[in-house]
Design a protein around this ligand. Structure first.
Ligand code: ADP
Length: 163
C-alpha cells in the first residue's frame, strides 16, 4: 500500500492545500494530512485540536484521506505511520528553495527512509496561502474563493469569539 504524509500548519487549510490533497489522493492509496506545530509561526488562529476537527470534517467522506496531529519531527511521524514519502506543494521558486532544503534535511535525519514528493499548485491557487487568507479575513474582505465553505464558517465563528 502506498501511503504518503502531507505535513503542514494548515492554519487554516485553504483550497490550495486541498488541491494538493486531491492530486496526491488520485495517485496514492492513502494520504495522511499531519497537522504539525510550527514553532516559527507563533500566533495561530486555530488550535491544533480545532484544525484536526475541522479538517477531519472536511474529509470525512473521502476514504483514502486521513487527518492526524503530528508531534515532534515530521520524518518520525512519517515512519510511525508507514509513509515512505512526505508530500509538499510548490507555488513558486521561493517555495522550491525552502522545500529543497527541507527534503535534504529530512533524508539525512531519517537515514534516507523518508523522501519528499512535490506537487505543483493549481494556477488558481498559486498565490493563496493561509496567511493571505487570514489577512483578508481580518480586513473584512471576502475569503470565499480561497477556502471551503466549512472553513469560512469556522473562521466567522472565531470573529464572534473575539468581538
Ligand atoms: P508549513 O508551515 O509547513 O509551510 P503550510 O500549511 O503553510 O505549512 O503549507 C503546507 C504545504 O502546503 C507546503 O508545502 C506549502 O508549500 C503547501 N501550500 C501552501 N499553500 C499552497 C497552495 N496555495 N497551493 C499549493 N501548495 C500550497
Amino acid at each position: 500500500m502506498s501511503k504518503v504524509l502531507y505535513p503542514g500548519s494548515f492554519d487554516p487549510i485553504t483550497k490550495g492545500h486541498m488541491n494538493i490533497v486531491e492530486q496526491a489522493s488520485d495517485m496514492f492509496d492513502e494520504v495522511i494530512i499531519a497537522i504539525m506545530r510550527n514553532s516559527a509561526k507563533k500566533n495561530s488562529m486555530f488550535t491544533v485540536k480545532e484544525r484536526l476537527e475541522m479538517i477531519s470534517e472536511l474529509y470525512h467522506r473521502i476514504d483514502n484521506v486521513r487527518v492526524i496531529a503530528g508531534e515532534g519531527a515530521t520524518v518520525d511521524v512519517a515512519i510511525k505511520n508507514e509513509c515512505k514519502a512526505i508530500i509538499r506543494g510548490l507555488r513558486s521558486l521561493a517555495d522550491f528553495d525552502s522545500e529543497l532544503a527541507l527534503c535534504h534535511i529530512n533524508r539525512e535525519i531519517s537515514d534516507n527512509r523518508v523522501n519528499t514528493i512535490c506537487f505543483f499548485a493549481d494556477q488558481k491557487y498559486q498565490f493563496v496561502s493561509s496567511s493571505i487568507v487570514k489577512e483578508l479575513y481580518y480586513i473584512d474582505k471576502d475569503i470565499t474563493p480561497y477556502v471551503d465553505p466549512l472553513i469560512k464558517e469556522k473562521m466567522m465563528e472565531k470573529r464572534i469569539d473575539f468581538r
